[in-house]
Design a protein around this ligand. Structure first.
Ligand code: URA
Length: 200
């Protein structure tokens, strides 16, 4: 069994949080172990809890469309969430739940070693761009430790709000150039670099 499948099995059995008692299925994430790009959302919703797969409800269909708009299929990217269990009633994740799940996300990133990490929504942004505001930094990227981090609105928020929808569609269109840049980066880099689409 691959390292990622082993890890996802551990995640599926995790009982660190009270909410584990109420889930139908844990939702570790899915995609190839050697994916170049990871999309990280907030938490599973009702559909994801039923199926044990990330982003399979309406927000997921929109994410699929956004990926298709830049020639990507979900089979080619890794998709996961900050927390792996659906919070009851789709409430926001609690700080303790985010902390309990942090190890899983970090181990997923370590195994996959993506060139680019895309945060979807505020909770995921908070991990990779602490202290920032999504309305200010969406569509901007930072390069750290040879990974390009890129912040986007959450597809569920953008689905029904025209202004956010245009923003998320435009932000998605910047990904191919950033990914090409990420792929051309040397394995080790002495100095942090600024690129045109990158924030200060
Ligand atoms: N919203 C998320 O943040 N993640 C999912 O998997 C589905 C909806």
């Amino acid at each position: 069994m691959s390292a990622l499948s082993e890890l996802n099995k551990e995640i599926a059995h995790c009982q660190r949080c009270e909410i584990a008692k109420h889930r139908i299925k844990a939702v570790p994430g899915e995609g190839p172990e050697d994916a170049e790009i990871m999309f990280i959302g907030e938490a599973p919703g009702w559909h994801e809890d039923q199926q044990g797969r990330p982003f399979v409800g309406p927000a997921g269909q929109f994410l699929d469309q956004l990926l298709a708009s830049i020639g990507l299929k979900r089979e080619h990217v890794y998709i996961t969430n900050v927390i792996k269990t659906r919070p009851p009633g789709n409430r926001d994740p609690l700080p303790i739940e985010i902390r309990n799940c942090e190890e899983w996300l970090e181990r997923q990133i370590e195994i996959i070693c993506p060139k680019m990490i895309v945060s979807l929504g505020r909770y995921s942004m908070a991990k990779f761009f602490p202290g920032k505001s999504i309305s200010k930094i969406h569509g901007t990227a930072q390069k750290r430790d040879n990974i390009i981090y890129y912040a986007m609105y959450h597809p569920a928020a953008a689905l029904h709000q025209q202004s956010l929808r245009q923003a998320i569609e435009a932000d998605m269109r910047k990904i191919p150039a950033l990914l090409a840049e990420a792929k051309s980066m040397p394995e080790t880099e002495p100095e942090p670099q600024q690129l045109s689409m990158f924030e200060d």
